[in-house]
Design a protein around this ligand. Sequence first.
Ligand SMILES: [Zn+2]
Length: 362
Amino acid sequence: MPSPRSAGLVAVLMAMISMISMASPGTAQARSATPETASRKPDPVNLTDLRREAEKSSQALADATKALEQRQATLAKADKELKDKLEQLRTATLELSKVRQPLSDLVQSLYQVPSGGDMAPFFTGEDDASNLQALSDMTYLVSGRDEILADAGRLYQEQQKLAAEAQDLRATKLLVEAQLSVEIDTLRKRSSTVVQSLSRALVKLGVRVNQGGRSGAACDPTKVSSAAQYPNGLLPTSVLCPLQQRGRELRADAAIAFVALNEAYRKRFGKPMCVTDSYRNLAQQQAIFYRRPGFAAVPGRSNHGLGLAVDLCGGVDVFRSVQFNWLEANSKKFGWMHPDWAYHSPFEPWHWEYDPKLGSLL
Ligand SMILES: [Zn+2]
């Protein structure tokens, strides 16, 4: 049974948590935009929206997880402070009882009137002065005992108060953890729903997305944030995603943006983009570097190794061709661009790159 005090605290906390949930714009947005509306229109523009939504929901999930960790840390700190206080109190109580018992015994013995009628052991005085001294000593001892009893009472009350606080704190901790884990669970489900919608949209566009299988890339843009921890040319399949062009793959966010760009290109030219190269692992980068020195970046430093670059053919590779000019004018809307260096040193009209800052909210 929680104490009335805990119940009050719990009610206040419940109110606070629901206010926080309502005030959080990320959560409100996440709740209002249903995945159903997102999956209804699997066109290229929506593909970009879906990717951004996936990135946003992944960010909201990361934020909520961080908030839970912070709350847990704060509560753990308060819990430790309380435990320390209780420990101090326990030591003080122990010390007090050590002093109290002998004193109490002594005072008790002073009250005992021996059969002879004299008050032993203090009142053995042969004169009034020593009797008076004995009386004064006894008064002192009695008042000392009373003080100690009062101290013990105060310590006991403090102990009761702290024990109640500790109980409240534990209840609060459980409540906050439960509330936040529900929130996180909702966000996690929502994130995976968006990724699923995205996968379905990509499959409809001919991308051979691996949906939950062991081999092949899965096209999950929410995994991209972990890509930075892998060296150039050593990206795991979990952050890669195949293109519509057979055998080609890129980092998931770049790939999804490329599919959208490819659809726009197809609308304009009646056929998909021609891709000669995309993600290159370290071994492939080395092979190209030694085969065509000067034409490929030093292995481990190419944007191909980050899954963020393509080499194109089919006209785009010819500087100032219709295809090149169209791509130059339109690719930025999809996060893709022809880097400055590729205009002259070395001159590589076929080389195009994805810039996450152009194409992503993250
Ligand atoms: Zn290239």
